[in-house]
Design a protein. Structure first.
Length: 499
């Protein structure tokens, strides 16, 4: 997803009307709006960016210190140590792990100097809250500290000095694309194949080892590990805190497209005969194919953020037909598709199976008024659609379809400060890029069978739909095709079951 003002690009993470509705799809059999998601999903593919990245940020943290406060500032005879420190020691010595270092020693002066030295802000606040009975007396020091760190690590920790680290040939960003030609051509966003785009999840992954070290150091300081739920809270909080202080830049080298047939194959192989693969870059390479960037991409948003990819999968992709965005009226119902990172990352990370992370997500909404974009470095202004579909980082480059299943726009930008305030690129702009490299968006026979099957399914002609779906069983994104075949059999009481 792209950044405009205080916004993100639509990574990540990140759509036909019949003629009487004004979009100009003459002669086409209407498709039920409820069928559009199932129809379009196999035509949408996840794009993974590989390249070199540089991360600059803190690699550790320290507890903030604060000098203890005593009510009596008179001297004990030991320079810098108030007499009330000894009273404080007598009162609280049994609750201090550090007391054990001195209890058998003959060095009371050393102990009192320790008492007058700066203490962590957390320790001082804990003492004050216990005395004021703000917290229950049964609350341990460790429990108190973990709760505070989970709520606001920046209040109690000071970040270590910034360090720079470099990583070569790693997967650093993801987005979406959709097939438009049976020859293997895909449309996506230009920012997905540029140097200035990186998923927030990539930065979070890079600082993860630092979070683990901080967590281990805090466990030593607090004298007790957090419970499983609290550990998860603290870890996520520390990860976000470090990530916010970290800058990153990338150099794009290669785009790869994930295929669900490879996802299924790898999931089965790991389950049956392979040990778990710890290298995420290797995992992604194993489930994807190389995609060539064809022709010059457009300027990154607010420019005409369009790029064309080519994969060696001729006549193997379900392709989506392109509509005419000039004929789309305001308030047109649409379906925005893509692979939003927000749907599978963050607090949901690790809670889903590997193949579930590669399912297309659909967000319904409407295309509203057209807004003028200032353009890229060339200053070439263009009219973008305002869209209220809730796209996220990762939806970048995904298609926006109308209720008849025609692509009328592309996801490009979303505003993080206001949900549902997003921008889509009219598909007619993307058509110009295709024409410039002499690519005709011909969907091919397999895609025609798929579309006809969805239309018949919407009319409850399950036998006819199944016959059409049988014609595309050898194409990519087969899990979606098998699901439709099985639905036809169940709803039409037809024999057999696809597997």
């Amino acid at each position: 997803m792209t950044v405009f003002s205080n916004s993100l690009r639509a990574g990540a993470a990140a759509f036909g009307f019949i003629l009487v509705a004004g979009c100009g799809h003459s002669g086409d059999v209407p498709m039920k709006a409820s069928c559009v998601e199932a129809y379009a999903s196999p035509g949408v593919l996840r794009v993974q960016d590989f390249g070199d990245i540089e991360i600059a940020g803190p690699t550790g943290a320290f507890l903030r210190k604060q000098r203890r406060e005593y009510s009596d500032d008179s001297e004990t005879g030991i320079p810098g140590v108030p007499s009330s420190a000894e009273k404080w020691l007598n009162k609280y010595q049994h609750g201090l792990p550090e007391w054990q270092k001195y209890s058998d020693s003959k060095r009371p002066g050393a102990m009192l100097r320790w008492l007058s030295a700066p203490l962590s802000l957390l320790a001082n606040q804990y003492d004050a809250d216990v005395k004021s009975e703000i917290i229950e007396s049964a609350t341990t020091f460790a429990e108190y500290c973990w709760e505070k760190i989970a709520d606001d690590p920046g209040r109690y920790l000071t970040a270590a000095p910034t360090e720079t680290r470099a990583y070569a040939n790693v997967c650093y960003a993801s987005g979406s694309a959709f097939a438009v030609s049976h020859e293997g051509y895909l449309l996506t966003n230009a920012h997905l194949v540029s140097d200035d785009y990186m998923d927030a999840e990539t930065v979070e992954a890079c600082v993860a080892p630092d979070v683990d070290r901080i967590l281990a150091a805090l466990t030593t300081e607090f004298g007790e590990e957090p419970g499983p739920d609290m550990r998860h809270r603290v870890w996520r909080s520390l990860d976000r805190w470090l990530t916010a202080q970290t800058t990153a830049k990338a150099r794009f080298k290669e785009a790869r497209v994930v295929l669900d047939s490879l996802v299924k194959e790898q999931a089965n192989r790991k389950l049956l005969i392979e040990p778990h693969v710890d290298d995420p870059n290797l995992r992604i390479r194993n489930i994807s194919v190389h995609a060539e960037v064809v022709g010059p991409p457009g300027d990154v948003f607010p420019g005409k953020d369009v790029a064309i990819l080519k994969v060696d999968l001729q006549d193997e992709l379900i392709c989506l037909p392109l509509g005419d965005s000039d004929l789309v009226p305001d308030h047109t119902p649409i379906h925005a598709l893509g692979f939003p990172g927000a749907a599978t990352g963050g607090d949901l990370e690790g809670e889903m199976t590997e193949d579930a992370k590669y399912r297309v997500i659909t967000n319904p909404g409407k295309l509203d008024t057209r807004l003028t974009m200032k353009g890229g470095p060339s200053g070439d202004q263009w009219q973008g659609f305002h869209m209220d579909a809730l796209i996220n980082q990762g939806d970048s480059g995904g298609p926006v379809l109308d209720d008849s299943g025609y692509v009328v726009a592309m996801n490009v930008a979303g505003n993080t400060q206001a949900a549902g305030q997003n921008i889509a690129i009219p598909i007619n702009i993307a058509k110009v890029f295709l024409a410039n490299i002499k690519v005709k968006p011909l969907v091919g026979a397999g895609s025609e069978h798929w579309r006809r099957g969805q239309q018949l399914f919407g009319q409850k002609d399950y036998a006819g739909a199944l016959a059409e779906f049988e014609e595309v069983k050898g194409m990519q994104q087969s899990s979606y095709i098998l699901e439709m075949q099985n639905q036809c059999r169940r709803l039409g009481n037809l024999s057999g079951d696809a597997n």
